[in-house]
Design a protein around this ligand. Structure first.
Ligand SMILES: N[C@@H](CCC(=O)N[C@@H](CS)C(=O)NCC(=O)O)C(=O)O
Length: 314
């Protein structure tokens, strides 16, 4: 079976995600040579991408919109990768580039991996500071506090960090990246392993969320942001396109109510673009969907129905 990403496929047909190439950090103490500076950095995202979606939600929840600007790429990549064809003149208005790859090559002329979102770009140099998506949100939460809006939530409170990190590690392996391991597997065995791990983990998380409103503690944290970006794509994309089809999200009363609760929280649902999500997945993975036909469904009207999760407290 041909792999969608041959360079990231192991000998048993398993998808092994590339490492993040750019990992500089912007920290309050300036240890890495960069401090948070309003207006200097630009977050480049695709509204379709679950890893980028984390950063979009966190930026909104923390009120960092004025400090960090947002560039949005076209959900459909061409053979040159992510492009700024949603912008006038097909160029990002701040960076002046037509393709995200231009920033990557300016930073590392020898770069050969996939050019990915989210990427945080320095608007003064046009170079990529980081595409290390798990670190990006944690740093927005802990290093950019001087720029947070008054009353911004603490999404990564010190006393909850060990538990958030543990939940996030399981989530990443089995769920966030697990759906990709199902979809990009190029052997039956690798697919079934990923599928089993995904649904076993969803069973464990269902049990956990049956008795508590949020994943960790009594408040929304980074862990919920990470779970949400996969759940909101589940029925629209992963169930069908990535063959994650034991159950739909809407068939799991606990997770469906949990996802709706988050969706109806400002910063979550208002950052979801189902049209771009569907067009991106179905039209860019030619190995999985050669016809590029985008399914019409599912019916999305359920997302705004009452969820009843207030009864669990918090
Ligand atoms: N930076 C990570 C994760 C981010 C990521 O995979 N983003 C996707 C979109 S959801 C992307 O930019 N893909 C570009 C490509 O496949 O060429 C990676 O390198 O795997």
């Amino acid at each position: 079976m041909a792999a969608q990403f041959a360079r990231e496929t192991g000998t048993k047909g398993e998808f092994t995600r590339q490492t993040n190439r750019f990992t500089d950090r912007i920290t309050a103490d300036g240890a890495g040579g960069r401090v948070p500076e309003a207006g200097r950095y630009r977050l480049i995202v695709s509204l379709a991408c679950p890893w980028a979606h984390r950063a979009i939600i966190v930026r909104r929840l923390l009120g960092l919109e004025d400090a960090i600007s947002l560039g949005v790429v076209d959900p459909i990549r061409d053979e040159r990768g992510w492009r700024f064809t949603l912008d006038e003149g097909d160029r990002d208005p701040v960076l002046g580039i037509g393709f995200l790859s231009e920033a990557y090559l300016r930073t590392d002329p020898a770069y050969e991996g996939r050019v990915t979102v989210p990427s945080l770009v320095d608007t003064e140099t046009g170079t990529v500071v980081t595409n290390d998506y798990p670190r990006i949100t944690l740093d927005l939460e802990t290093e950019w506090t001087a720029h947070h809006r008054p009353g911004a939530p603490d999404l990564y409170p010190p006393h909850l960090r060990p538990e958030i990190d543990a939940v996030a590690a399981d989530l990443f392996r089995d769920v966030n990246n697990g759906v990709y391991r199902c979809g990009f597997a190029s052997s039956q065995e690798a697919y079934e392993q990923a599928y089993d791990a995904l649904f076993s983990r969803l069973d464990v998380l269902t049990e956990r969320l049956a008795g508590q409103r949020y994943l960790v503690g009594d408040r929304i944290t980074e862990a919920d942001v990470r779970f949400f970006t996969t759940l909101v794509r589940f029925d629209a994309v992963y169930h069908n396109h990535f063959k994650c089809n034991r159950n739909k999200l809407t068939e799991n009363p606990v997770l469906w109510a949990y996802a709706r609760d988050l969706f109806q929280t400002p910063g979550f649902g208002d950052t979801v673009d189902f049209d771009q999500i569907k067009r991106h997945y179905y039209a860019t993975h030619e190995q999985l969907n050669p016809s590029r036909i985008v399914p019409k469904g599912p019916d999305l009207s359920g997302w705004t129905t009452p969820h009843g999760r207030e009864a669990l407290g918090a």
